[in-house]
Design a binder for this molecule. Structure first.
Ligand SMILES: Cc1cc2nc3c(=O)[nH]c(=O)nc-3n(C[C@H](O)[C@H](O)[C@H](O)COP(=O)(O)OP(=O)(O)OC[C@H]3O[C@@H](n4cnc5c(N)ncnc54)[C@H](O)[C@@H]3O)c2cc1C
Ligand code: FES
Length: 343
């Protein structure tokens, strides 16, 4: 894993944007000169207000951009109103993978600047911004701010790494699994979802085990990272029937790795991460939590992303942390989860 680089704003081009399951898409952006990054870092995206490349400017009122579609381009018309209706604030997405397009076999952070790179984000359509993203086609432009935030720390002196993901917490874990595999850690990915049609993975044969004590090579994405998977669905439609936290408990009981040999990384719904953090803290296991907050600027300016953390140097014993610049990855013991009641 590499140290954090200064973020930059660049225009990326949509290379692929495909549905993965009922609500998730994977968008691959090609961005020239994107700096080195590492798993846990994120990008802040907004479609540019430029018209797609196959549109030409028409005569238009001075205050309105207007465009005509190339005869054969076969897409929707684009008007100034499109630009006005676009969400103007960027949206944050974990980097799910990054590679130099001249070296497609290298899925880990790659050296040098100036090369064109592919950045993968996996996103769930939840509102206006992600709905707009889901409609972007090849060649359309997206403004990319990043890399932002701090990455997951590299495990030092630990042989085992367990990755616990729920819902849209999965994307950073895919890249992390790759990085951990490359540095020789024995990984297991615990993946939770409400039902199998909300799992943004390519499930392979044999199918995920119904027994949470058995991790199997049952996802193409994690197989490529040499990482077996324990899949848990709330409705039992695939894998273990129940919460991913219950799967973690069952697996740990059957495979009790010594606390000083294990590191846990988690990302997903807060209630799940809180459970995982508690599990790790009670057992003295190192644990890193990837937090999420609504982020307007992503760079420490707007103060929209605060969360409470322990701080012995503060008279109150705690303070607010900016998730975008100090996080999004926190050591489990730092997190307070709830704002302490005023005395
Ligand atoms: C560091 C970071 C990494 C993220 N990585 C991913 C990722 O890899 N894949 C992914 O699908 N999503 C990710 N998110 C969440 C993503 O940013 C939001 O889903 C997105 O901004 C929603 O935009 P929208 O316009 O579609 O939804 P909106 O219309 O803005 O909101 C729709 C609903 O989603 C809720 N929401 C919006 N933003 C957030 C947020 N940041 N956290 C929690 N709830 C939110 C709103 O409260 C509302 O209920 C990440 C967020 C952060 C902060
Ligand atoms: S998102 Fe603006 S300060 Fe964190």
């Amino acid at each position: 894993m590499v140290p954090a680089c200064h973020p930059v704003i660049l225009v990326g081009s949509v290379h692929r944007n495909v549905g993965l399951c009922r609500e998730h898409f994977r968008m691959t952006l090609r961005v020239k000169g994107f700096p080195d990054a590492a798993p846990g870092q994120f990008v802040h995206l907004v479609p540019t207000l430029e018209a797609p490349p196959h549109y030409h400017a028409l005569d238009a009122p001075e205050d309105e951009v207007s465009w005509r579609l190339d005869a054969d381009a076969g897409s929707r018309p684009w008007t100034g109103r499109d630009a006005v209706q676009q969400p103007m604030l960027r949206r944050a997405f974990s980097i799910a993978g990054m590679r130099d397009i001249h070296d497609a076999a290298n899925l880990h952070a790659v050296p040098s600047s100036g090369h064109e790179r592919e950045i993968d984000v996996i996103y769930r359509v939840v509102g206006a911004g992600t709905a707009l993203m889901s409609r972007l086609g090849e060649g359309e432009k997206v403004s990319v701010l990043g890399p932002l935030g701090h990455p997951f720390p590299r495990p030092i002196g630990k042989s085992h790494a367990w990755l616990v993901a729920g819902g849209v917490g999965l994307p950073p874990m895919l890249w992390l699994a790759q990085a951990l595999n490359e540095c020789g850690r024995q990984g297991v990915a615990f993946c939770g979802a409400r039902s199998v049609d909300l799992v943004p993975l390519t499930l392979t044969s044999p199918p995920p085990s119904r027994d949470a004590r058995a991790a199997t090579f049952s996802s193409a994405e994690f197989n490529a990272a040499g990482t077996p998977v324990v899949l848990a669905t709330d409705d039992g439609s695939a894998g273990f029937a129940g919460h991913v936290g219950a799967a973690l408990l069952a697996y740990h009981a059957a495979h009790p790795v010594a606390a000083d040999q294990l590191v846990i990384y988690t990302c997903g719904p807060e209630v799940m991460m809180r459970f995982v953090a508690q599990f790790a803290l009670e057992r003295g296991i190192e644990c890193h939590v990837c937090m999420e907050r609504s982020m307007a600027c992503g760079m420490g300016t707007c103060q929209s992303c605060v969360l409470p953390v322990r701080d012995a140097s503060d008279p109150a014993g705690w303070r607010y942390s900016l998730c975008c610049t100090e996080g999004p990855v926190y050591e489990a013991g730092q997190l307070l989860w709830d704002v302490p009641a005023a005395r």
